[in-house]
Design a protein around this ligand. Structure first.
Ligand SMILES: C[S@@+](CC[C@H](N)C(=O)[O-])C[C@H]1O[C@@H](n2cnc3c(N)ncnc32)[C@H](O)[C@@H]1O
Length: 99
């Protein structure tokens, strides 16, 4: 199944609030490590980057090369230095380097 990257990039704005509430509930905080599995072209990478801050680390794991390229572009454009996007299949990935 192919996901429409443009749709997901647009869709991300509408979900800001519910995802912020989710991050509040799970206690996502400064200095932590987080992974967005199936991050798509955007997912919640920006929200996680903001929440964990410069001492934290965010990994976006995504299998689709088009989405990976878009997510990496977003990360570069926004200077999200605490975010790394990895192209991998979550079903096969026993690593990611997130402890
Ligand atoms: C429903 S979209 C959600 C995208 C993003 N999380 C969001 O909320 O905007 C699902 C994403 O998961 C990715 N995906 C599906 N199977 C995957 C797998 N096995 N490993 C990594 N990514 C996967 C798809 O390529 C797609 O980008």
């Amino acid at each position: 199944m192919r996901w429409d990257p443009q749709q997901y990039a647009r869709y991300a704005d509408e979900r800001g609030r519910p995802y912020r509430e989710l991050l509040d509930r799970v206690g996502a905080a400064e200095g932590q490590s987080a992974i967005d599995v199936g991050c798509g072209p955007r997912g919640i990478l920006e929200l996680l980057a903001e929440r964990v801050g410069p001492r934290g680390r965010v990994v976006g794991l995504e299998v689709d090369p088009v989405h990976v390229a878009m997510a990496r572009e977003l990360v570069a454009e926004q200077g999200l230095t605490n975010v790394e996007v990895i192209q991998a299949d979550a079903r096969l990935s026993a690593h990611c380097g997130v402890s």
